[in-house]
Design a protein around this ligand. Structure first.
Ligand code: TYD
Length: 209
């Protein structure tokens, strides 16, 4: 049986990942391709604890937080029936809002990238994305969008942090350029223009067969 594809959307907070992922899902549905959307942190037990930490309701050492993200990811992959692997084995394509490049970008501030990669080695072994799509939006634009939508800002939602996160993403793409397929899309344009650019970058995966 044909397994589905695994496409990951990455970007800073406020980069429009969720909106664009929904648009890709719609396009795939119109083509008759069954696609599910999912995200990390998950709404499972580990993901729920992570969200409490991000909101500042529970405090945690950054190394422990990085380990929790890696554990949440493994749970996301292997959970029976609803996990990413299970969905793909049913032939579903899975569109995922954040995956291990988020860890490489957000946690390589307190720890070095190699350490974070080691922490995620089991996840990379279980499943590599067919494609990671990075929606590149200027950090100040991201912050403006986040502020317009909410009053409360999460742990990483500050200009200097988002700037470092963006640099870390590019450092990780460079470090893994021989092992991972990554496409960077300019996300500063209108939602429709970004959608076109994304579709241009991924449609070949769904039209070859
Ligand atoms: P995000 O999907 O942007 O949250 P929201 O639903 O509020 O838009 O992700 C929440 C935060 O988690 C974001 O600041 C990035 C961070 N994060 C990490 O630090 N490490 C990780 O491995 C992942 C997946 C996310």
């Amino acid at each position: 049986m044909k397994t589905g594809r695994f496409v990951v959307f990455e970007g800073l907070d406020g980069s429009g990942k969720t909106t664009q992922m929904a648009r890709v899902q719609q396009r795939l549905t119109h083509m008759g391709i069954g696609a599910d959307t999912t995200c990390e942190p998950t709404d499972g037990p580990v993901g729920t604890l992570i969200r409490q930490i991000l909101e500042g309701r529970v405090s945690m050492d950054p190394r422990t937080l990085a380990a929790l993200f890696a554990a949440d990811r493994t749970d996301h992959l292997v959970a029976p029936d609803t996990g990413v692997k299970a969905l793909m084995e049913k032939g579903r394509t899975v569109l995922c809002d954040r995956y291990y490049f988020s860890s490489y970008a957000y946690h390589a501030m307190d720890m070095d990238l190699e350490w974070v990669m080691t922490l995620n080695a089991v996840n990379a072994q279980i499943l590599k994305p067919d494609l990671t799509l990075f929606i590149d939006v200027a950090p100040n634009t991201c912050l403006e969008r986040i502020r317009a939508g909410r009053t409360h800002l999460d742990l990483f939602e500050k200009i200097d942090i988002l700037t470092r996160v963006r640099d870390n993403y590019f450092a990780a793409f460079e470090r893994l350029k021989d092992q991972e397929t990554v496409k960077v899309v300019d996300g500063n344009a209108s939602e429709d223009a970004v959608e076109q650019a994304i579709w241009h970058g991924i449609s070949h995966m769904f039209t070859k067969e």
